[in-house]
Ligand binder design. Structure first.
Ligand code: KIV
Length: 274
């Protein structure tokens, strides 16, 4: 049987090998049906801690727990056979030090089957990234706007403008040199994303960054237009499912109230016709 007839699920090494070559397509997913829909189209499916805000109505990602990540990770894993699954380490599960990070990353991978974890932070996380990667846990880095640091950033602002760009480039370099197989660059100026993409040896995955990155990631609910009231500049909406869903719900409510649903074709006869 040829490898192409039954291609195996992508792994960190496959993604890393795409540096400067074929673009890497990445989307978030939190459920089995969504993962199934994207499996044939995406290279990487990220079980992002954005799940807290997107599905659970939390005000930030800080309230997301390891248990939530595991539950959503298990659901996503059931929908994937081709795309690699990466799972976010939630706030508080890795920052104490390499041992804590290893313990929790191992649990995430063991209980979900993820191919890698993602964690936020630059130079200060390099030691932890090296510790994990040397012990069999592939790590995707994440620098720039790291949402778990929203309280120290004072909001979801563009990071790395002006002189801060050099520090951010150093962060990306440190994460890559520590052994990350790819690095997410979130909400940074396009010129800085291009510079980092040229400088570091592993693929960059942009979100609010630049088309010059080696790949792109978006939160799937954002690009499907599932939120009618959330329109960040860096999100291109490929559909308007939120307004379609609202219109469908309103039509259903009107028909129930009018007594026109269910119609005869939605009901069952007393006897089966032969
Ligand atoms: O949690 C998430 O969805 C993410 C991506 C937006 C990169 O970290």
């Amino acid at each position: 049987m040829s490898a192409t007839a039954h291609p195996r699920q992508l792994m960190a090494a496959d993604i890393q090998a795409r540096k400067g070559a074929e673009k890497i397509v990445c989307l978030t997913a939190y459920t089995t049906p969504m993962a199934r829909m994207m499996d044939a189209h995406a290279d990487v499916v990220l079980v992002g801690d954005s799940v807290g805000m997107v599905l659970h109505g939390l005000p930030s990602t800080l309230g997301v727990t390891l248990e939530m990540m595991i539950l959503h990770g298990q659901a996503v894993a059931r929908g994937l056979s081709h795309a690699m699954m990466v799972i976010d380490m939630p706030f508080g599960s890795y920052e104490e030090g390499p041992e804590q990070a290893f313990r929790n990353a191992a649990r995430l991978m063991r209980e979900t089957g993820a191919g890698a974890v993602k964690l936020e932070g630059g130079t200060h996380m390099a030691e932890t990234i090296a510790f994990l990667t040397k012990r069999g846990i592939p790590v995707m880095g994440h620098v720039g706007l790291t949402p778990q640091s929203v309280n120290t950033f004072g909001g979801y602002k563009v990071q790395g403008r002006g002189a801060a760009g050099t520090r951010l480039a150093r962060d990306a370099q440190a994460v890559a040199e520590a052994g990350a197989f790819a690095v997410v660059l979130e909400k940074v100026p396009a010129s800085l994303a291009d510079r980092i993409s040229a400088e570091i040896a592993v693929p960059t995955i942009g979100i609010g960054a630049s088309a010059g990155c080696d790949g792109q990631v978006l939160v799937v609910d954002d690009m499907l237009g599932l939120f009618t009231d959330f329109r960040p500049k860096f999100v291109k909406r490929y559909a308007e499912l939120g307004s379609q869903a609202e219109a469908a719900i309103a039509a259903y409510a009107a028909e129930v109230r009018a007594g026109s649903f269910p119609a005869p074709e939605h009901t069952f006869a007393d006897e089966i016709k032969t």
